[in-house]
Design a protein around this ligand. Sequence first.
Ligand code: PBG
Length: 328
Amino acid sequence: MRFPTHRPRRLRSNSALRDLVAETSIAPSDFIMPYFVLEDAPEPLEIPSLPGVYQHTLSSLSADIKEIKALGIRAVILFGVPKHKDSVGSGAYASDGVVQRAIAQVKDAFGDEVVVFADLCLDEYTDHGHCGLIDAKGHVDNDSTLELYAQIAISQALAGVDFVAPSGMMDGQVDAIRKALDRESMSEVGILAYSAKYASGLYGPFRDAVNVEIRGGGDRKAYQQDYRNASESIREVLLDIEEGADMVMVKPAISYLDIISKVSEVSSVPLCAYHVSGEYAMVKAASEKGWIDGEAVALEQMYAVRRAGADMVITYFAKDLAKTMQRC
Ligand code: PBG
């Protein structure tokens, strides 16, 4: 049976019909909005390589969350940008550190109305810019880093975080954090694991956002995944679930739709995709040049991520897209 009996165009003839048969949906409640908070900032600063995204002060942070909440976004992920950095990233686990203060303020203001995630890593806080401690040979040392990750988790949990989100790609990080939280009687705090995180060229603008430069022009290829590989993502995700991850993540999103799709087939926990800074910047830049309709492309990319199998998306477009959705 084929043409002229079969005419797929029939199902596309008007928007009511297209909505009726649409397989994929997305809503503001599927978004997690990322925020950068700059320690002791006098005023919010726009990040040049991320137009429309700011290094926030504590007060501009709360004001913005109020706005996105009114648009239906119910989750945020916080990144701290400390004033001082050192070799062990001590600002990451200071009880009065920038992200701890931000967490406490947001939970105080919004309570259970907003789910608060916090990125759990060292790179924003170390003077060498790596995600872990450097050993005598100059390598990022896995096991001593885990002890610090446990301390960061406890400090963020004490500040009131709902979910910690370890992003450093150290082996055993979920296990170390889960055990530390449980030991401190904080079993209610969850873990969103950056499980399948690739060594990507798409994190450039993020490093501007958190004032990070890897010393000596290095890279993260000794701990983040090689983009030539897919099956190790399955291994990473299954290990993290076994270690106690409540949710897992694939990052970046658009160049890794095959990974999202594969992971969604094997994951027994909710799957998050991170549409990263470089993905945002590319759409913004082409849009500013008038070469594409940025908002339309952003929406198309969000649907692609959902179609591939992600349950939720971390995206710098969250606020703009939620505004568009409200108008529809
Ligand atoms: C590490 C971290 C990074 C991002 C999120 N968490 C940077 C990196 O791994 O180099 C990147 C997010 C983005 O590009 O939007 N703390």
